[in-house]
Design a protein around this ligand. Structure first.
Ligand code: 13P
Ligand code: SF4
Length: 323
């Protein structure tokens, strides 16, 4: 057994290549009384091992009610932090600690605090794609699945500040009619889709319905037939009689779409170079090997200062209670 303090690279190199990793992961999971929570943007082989597969709202709900002793989060850092905020006494593991999120990283807590200080008594709604420290400064958390409901619940007599995704915030303003001050952040994956490519796909598949995630910029959303969260898009493909869909979000979701609607056809949209490669590089840092190592060595763990955890729980719990 190798030393957990060794570098990840050294521990990866030392894995016995003959090992049945999937069987080992299942064995270690049972032995540790662990639960594997898995986002749709993970690779298929990881999705197969998840006890729960979902979008960030579903996974947060799962994390809130699990009685497992160990939570392994196959997603990105802010999602694992959310699980830790909800379960401060449990061990929360993330296979690769570098699995970050461009949205979360574009909103440093010190700069966000300065931004907030410019407003008097603001009501701060923060997208779940943010650090625990930013959540701790917020009044309410939202996900793409409940953003409209959360914005509608904001008090009418206070200025609303929304961060860190300006695209989601702008879309929510348009849908709810509520004015909000937006933090100027964006997701590197959803902002890179090419309008030219989307129009090319629409021309190639004129009968297809265009589904887009609200993290996409306005010029793309304007060409979508339906804008919604990961879970809402999945529901849409099962409800619609339409046979073809052009999907403007991370392509990891296509596996679940195809599973739910095996006879339908799904097309992705590429970036300017024309490739269908809008894969979230952070999400895909998690691999089967790293999942095995984190269960075996119980590292890397998510650790948060207790006061941040306590303060971040308030707006997070409010979201769970209100949604
Ligand atoms: P969901 O809230 O739809 O799971 O999205 C999370 C995310 O990171 C989208 O890019
Ligand atoms: Fe963050 Fe975008 Fe990746 Fe989602 S797709 S985890 S918002 S970088």
């Amino acid at each position: 057994m190798s030393d957990p303090a060794e570098s990840l690279e050294a521990r990866l190199d030392a894995i016995d290549p003959t090992l049945d990793l999937k069987a080992e992961i299942r064995r270690l999971k049972a032995e540790s009384n662990a639960v594997i929570l898995c986002h749709y943007y993970q690779d298929s082989e990881i999705q197969d091992l998840g006890d729960a597969l979902g979008d960030s709202l579903a996974l947060a709900r799962h994390a809130a009610k699990t009685d497992a002793e160990v939570i392994v989060f196959c997603g990105v850092h802010f999602m694992a932090e959310t699980a830790k905020i909800l379960n401060p006494d449990k061990l929360v593991l993330l296979p690769d600690l570098d699995a970050g999120c461009s949205l979360s990283e574009c909103c440093p807590p010190d700069k966000f605090a300065r931004f907030l200080s410019r407003y008097e008594n603001p009501f701060v709604i923060t997208y779940v794609n943010s650090s625990a420290a930013v959540k701790a400064m917020s009044d309410l958390i939202c996900t793409s699945g409940n953003v409209l409901k959360m914005v509608e619940k904001a008090p009418k007599d206070r200025p609303i500040i929304f961060g860190p995704d300006r695209n989601l915030g702008r879309w929510a303003m348009e849908k709810t009619g509520r004015e909000m001050v937006l933090w100027p952040g964006g997701c590197m994956v959803h902002e890179i889709f090419s309008l030219k490519e989307l129009l090319r796909q629409k021309e190639a598949h004129p009968g297809a319905m265009v589904l887009a995630h609200p993290e996409c910029p306005e010029h793309l959303l304007g060409h979508a037939d339906f804008v919604g969260s990961t879970a809402a898009m999945l529901k849409k493909v099962t409800e619609e009689t339409c046979e073809e869909f052009i999907v403007v979000t991370e392509p990891g979701i296509l596996r679940e779409m195809q599973r739910l609607a095996p006879k339908k056809h799904f097309y992705t949209v590429g970036n300017e170079a024309g490739c269908a490669c809008n894969v979230c590089p952070h999400m895909r840092l998690n691999t089967l090997e790293k999942l095995y190592l984190c269960l075996r060595d119980k590292t890397p763990q998510i650790e948060l200062p207790p006061d941040v955890c306590r303060r971040a729980l308030v707006p997070l719990q409010r979201m769970l209670d209100w949604s």
